[in-house]
Design a protein around this ligand. Structure first.
Ligand SMILES: *Cc1c(COP(=O)(O)O)cnc(C)c1O
Length: 385
């Protein structure tokens, strides 16, 4: 019997994260594959969620999100990025950035419309574009310099371009787009009258380089939907509280779709995230500092194990090249690694349309406790040594 799954979703049936996490479990491997922290977020934030349940915030909140959280998100965008938004019409709370991405694409892209995005890309982008019936036009980011050819980017635009789907800081590469690079993207978006969906879930997790939201560039606020999420920067990835900010007409497009995806987002967690966003910058700085130390630890360990590693400027991830170890195919290497070395990681090729691109690169997560990273590095060095 043929599969009942619609054809356009068949390419998205398997996610590498499930495969790798299953292998990690089976072989008792240290899991540096999936990007979730192995420590909880700030106790005060967790307590706010418990308190919200006790206080009776347990029924449907408004589709658009509770007022205090919309106000906190607007204040956050103003405080950190000098972006001004009306919490009544220009902020939408979503069930994680994943829903924000899907709702934005479904609300803006008609079948046959083209979506320009860089490759490698976060895995939900391809699925979201296919759900909307859109056509993906990818532009490669190069390795190890992590940049792009402006002419290649220009060539990806056409009269059918509807949306540019951008991600900075970038997962999996740990790249933070510079202002000059964003100017190139913005210029093309303006010239082709395209909307920009900007996934900035790692906005606070950058190391010694500034994060520039593309909405802050001239003429871009009026055509950009910016996506954020509490999961990554408060270490509560299981909460799935995200948001979309932008001009009212664009936010409306995402809201109309969100209304029929989830209708609304978990009420007590919205209350807790509103509290978290108002905690002040120290919480964010502490997390970023601790993450940076763990990045440095992992980068040193990967180099010791003989991988060619490029330090990451942001996110939870670092990408390393296994070619110096004589590895021809990182996908096979990653499938073997949990049993052979007791470590799990993810091949970068799964984030690419063309699996030949970046075929020897491996993504490792450093959002783990220091002893966990040390153990992974010990095991890798013993295996490659
Ligand atoms: C984790 C991640 C997301 C999803 O965020 P949620 O809030 O958990 O849905 C979106 N984009 C990127 C780049 C991510 O790494």
């Amino acid at each position: 019997m043929s599969s009942p799954l619609v054809d356009r979703m068949e390419p998205h049936a398997e996610t590498i994260f499930a495969t790798m996490s299953a292998l990690a479990l089976e072989h008792d491997a240290v899991n540096l594959g999936q990007g979730f922290p192995d420590t909880d977020g700030p106790e005060e934030v967790l307590e706010a969620a418990r308190a919200a349940i006790t206080a009776g915030h347990n029924q449907y909140p408004p589709t658009i999100g509770i007022p205090t959280l919309r106000e906190a998100v607007a204040a956050h965008q103003a405080r950190h990025h000098s972006l001004r938004h009306d919490p009544a019409t220009e902020v939408l709370i979503t069930s994680g950035a994943t829903e924000a991405i899907a709702a934005s694409l479904l609300g803006l892209v008609s079948p046959g419309d083209e979506v320009v995005t860089f490759e490698p890309y976060y895995d939900s982008y391809a699925a979201g574009i296919d759900l909307a019936g859109g056509v993906r036009r990818t532009v490669p980011l190069s390795y190890p310099d992590l940049t792009f050819d402006p002419e290649q980017l220009a060539a990806a635009f056409s009269e059918r371009t509807r949306v540019v789907l951008l991600n900075s800081p970038h997962n999996p590469l740990g790249k933070v787009f510079t202002r000059a690079e964003l100017e190139v993207v913005a210029d093309l978006a303006r010239r082709h009258d395209a909307w920009v969906i900007s996934d900035e879930v790692y906005e606070h997790l950058t190391f010694d380089v500034p994060h520039v939201p593309i909405a802050t560039l001239p003429g871009m606020a009026e055509r950009t939907l910016t996506i954020g999420s509490a999961g990554k920067f408060f270490s509560v990835t299981g909460w799935k509280v995200g948001w979309v900010t932008g001009p009212a007409a664009l936010v409306r497009a995402a809201r109309v779709v969100k209304q029929y995806l989830t209708f609304t987002t978990a009420s007590p967690l919205q209350h807790a995230v509103a509290h978290a966003l108002d905690l002040g910058a120290q919480v964010l700085t502490d997390l970023t500092d601790s993450l940076q130390e763990r990045r440095d630890l992992l980068v040193a360990g990967l180099a010791d194990a003989g991988l060619d590693v490029r330090p990451s400027d942001g996110t939870y991830f670092v990408v390393a090249d296994a070619a110096p170890l004589g590895v021809p195919d990182a996908l096979q290497w990653c499938l073997d690694l949990p049993a052979a070395a007791g470590v799990a990681a993810v091949p970068v090729s799964v984030f690419c349309d063309d699996p030949q691109r970046m075929s020897t690169l491996v993504r490792f997560a450093f959002c783990k406790q220091v002893p966990v990273i040390e153990e992974a590095c010990r095991r890798l060095a013993a295996f490659t040594g």
